[in-house]
Structure formats: structure tokens, C-alpha cells
Design a protein around this ligand. Structure first.
Ligand code: IMP
Length: 196
């Protein structure tokens, strides 16, 4: 079965292909001939995830899934949330985003936060399923570690004494919000395949 993963991010493609095995042929956006920017204008993570998957399905007629993620800080009413990539501005710079977050939380005692990923699978016009993955933790006062990307240097998963940026990619992939959402998607796809 051919399914498009609405991304051109090679790391994400690799991770999902490894989890799905050979029963599903996962195609990137480039492989289905989609070279345009996907719309992300709904203002929510769940909405943008769905918008991207529906865009590809409606134009390319292929079963498709898309993901959208973000960091939600409780004391900041869920910010940066859907704006995580652009928190400090349109330059989409990880270091600027982390610096702004630490500045905005300088006097904040409640450091609790979570990463969330929503994956939307679109198999038909009214056949839409969503899968959520959450990683709870807290924002540290200083950066620790150099691995990963985004807010990894200031995010400490609940129950651990190191930040995401101090973990190997394999360690992070075992607990990450993205991995949890992907696992749910994979379980759904494999279950559905067996039922057919
Ligand atoms: P995306 O939807 O996966 O592209 O994620 C949007 C933004 O959320 C990224 O540009 C990062 O700023 C942030 N983000 C999402 N996942 C992670 C993560 O695993 N670690 C650190 N930052 C992340």
C-alpha cells in the first residue's frame, strides 16, 4: 500500500519507514511530485496537521499523513505552541527561540511544559484519523547538551536528570512525542491492513 508522508524531512521519513516495515510503501512529498509549500494557517497544531494532510490528499489523490509539533509551556498559556518554530521571529532560528523562551521565563517558578505531536491520516474525503503523542517535562534555567534541535537544550523530560539535548538520537526516539504519535499511527495502519 502506497502512503505519502507529507514531509521532505529525511530524518522523519527514515524513522517512520523503519517502524512500518515493508508492508507500506512510504513516499515523500518530492516523490509524489509535490514541490509547493503546504499551507499551515489554522492557528493550531492539530489544525495545521490536518490541513497539510488534506491538502495533499485533495490535490494528489493519495492516502496521506502529516505531522505537526510544538512546545507548550503551562506558565505561558501554552506558548510557543503552534508558533514554536517562529517564536523569536520569521528567521526560524533555534538559538533565538531558546534565548527568548528563557528570557520570558526568567521569573517563572512553574517550569512545567510538554512537547506535543499530532499526526493526521487522511484516507478519504471524510476518512480522517488523528494520533497524539505527548512528552511531559520542564524547562531548565540554562541550556544543557548539544544534540537534537529546537528546544532540546532546555527541555528535561519528567523523571530524568538530563535534558533532551544530552541524549543520543536513539534514546530520544524511545520517549519522544513524535515517536509516541508514530507508534499509534503504525498500530492503526497495521491493524487496518490485517482487517482488510
Ligand atoms: P515540527 O512541526 O516537527 O516541524 O516542529 C515545529 C517546531 O517545534 C520545531 O521547529 C521546534 O522548534 C519545535 N519542536 C518540535 N519537536 C521538537 C523536538 O523534538 N525537540 C525540540 N524542539 C521541537
Amino acid at each position: 500500500m502506497e502512503i505519502c508522508f507529507a514531509t521532505n524531512n529525511k530524518n522523519k521519513l527514515h524513522e517512520v519507514k523503519a517502524l512500518l516495515g515493508n508492508e507500506f510503501h512510504i513516499l515523500s512529498l518530492a516523490e509524489i511530485g509535490c514541490h509547493e509549500e503546504l499551507p499551515e494557517t489554522t492557528g493550531t497544531i492539530a489544525g495545521n496537521s490536518r490541513q497539510k494532510a488534506e491538502y495533499v490528499f485533495s490535490r494528489y489523490g493519495i492516502t496521506c499523513f502529516a505531522d505537526d509539533s510544538g512546545l507548550q509551556v503551562n506558565a505561558l498559556q501554552g506558548a510557543p505552541g503552534v508558533d514554536s518554530a517562529f517564536y523569536a521571529g520569521p528567521q526560524k532560528n533555534d538559538q533565538d527561540n531558546v534565548a527568548l523562551l528563557l528570557r520570558n521565563m526568567q521569573h517563572v517558578a512553574d517550569r512545567s511544559a510538554n512537547f506535543i505531536t499530532i499526526i493526521t491520516l487522511v484516507k478519504g474525503t471524510n476518512d480522517v484519523s488523528q494520533f497524539e503523542g505527548i512528552l511531559n517535562g520542564e524547562i531548565t534555567r540554562q541550556t544543557c547538551g548539544t544534540n537534537g534541535f529546537g528546544y532540546d537544550p532546555v527541555f528535561r523530560p519528567a523523571g530524568l536528570s538530563i535534558n533532551l539535548a544530552e541524549m543520543s538520537r536513539e534514546e530520544k526516539n524511545k520517549i519522544s512525542h513524535r515517536a509516541k504519535a508514530v507508534e499509534k499511527l503504525v498500530r492503526f495502519l497495521i491493524g487496518h491492513q490485517t482487517n482488510q
